[in-house]
Write a protein that binds this ligand. Structure first.
Ligand code: DX5
Ligand code: ZN
Length: 213
């Protein structure tokens, strides 16, 4: 099995010391930094926005993997790319024109990601897979860190792997929500693992190392 990329979600980091946290996860072997952007509309929670992404970019040696949980992401795509997003992921439910938005992300020079809520059937994203560099499978309801892994979403990971092979596509498959030492084995078909509470509530080197192995 290929080694996984690990993307710690800074939602569970110490927000008063983000530079220190980024350096610590990089030293502990993290591959990307997962940044959860929430607008209080698409999800009930509000987190961080464009100025914070810009600030993180200045001090991050790792790619920024920005997960937009916002309504009508098309309004802010350009700002998030200019702020330094390397991967920019939108929710299929958040826009009427996902294909257009994904193309715009790529045309601005970033990698385009697409994701879906646990309740959204995978069929909603299948026609769009030729437009993406990354597909994110949500294994919790988006909005909060620290929730339990939804095992019934694992089938989506498997289906995405099959479709990738059948259609000769090359997107990365990422899993986000409730990933820890107990649930990581269920994610064996994923390429990138996002974990927030598991990493930041533990010893970063140990937790990241365990997810990678
Ligand atoms: C949830 C976010 C996740 C979350 C993961 O809406 O997209 O990235 O921070 O946190 P844990 O790993 O604690 O479930
Ligand atoms: Zn996320």
């Amino acid at each position: 099995m290929a080694t996984k990329l690990v993307a710690p979600s800074i939602l569970s980091a110490d927000f008063a010391n983000l530079e220190k946290e980024l350096k610590a996860i990089a030293a502990a072997g993290a591959d990307w930094v997962h940044v959860d952007v929430m607008d209080g509309h698409f999800v009930p929670n509000i987190t961080i926005g464009i100025p914070v992404v810009r600030a993180l970019k200045k001090v991050s040696s790792l790619p920024l993997d920005v997960h937009l949980m916002i309504e009508k992401p098309e309004r802010y795509i350009e700002d998030f790319v200019k702020a330094g997003s390397d991967y920019l992921t939108i929710h299929v439910e958040a826009t009427d024109k996902p294909r257009e938005v994904l193309r715009k992300i790529r045309s601005l020079g970033a990698r385009a990601g697409l994701t879906l809520r646990p309740g959204t059937p995978i069929e909603e994203i299948l026609p769009l897979l030729d437009e993406v560099d990354l597909v994110l499978v949500m294994t919790v309801e988006p909005g909060f860190g620290g929730q339990s892994f939804l095992h019934d979403q694992v089938e989506k990971i498997k289906q995405l792997k099959v479709v990738r092979m059948q259609k000769n596509l090359n997107y990365l498959i990422e899993v986000d929500g409730g990933v820890n030492d107990k649930t990581v084995n269920a994610c064996c078909d994923a390429d990138v693992l996002v974990a927030g509470s598991y990493i930041f509530n533990g010893d970063y080197t140990k937790t990241i190392g365990l997810l990678k192995s």
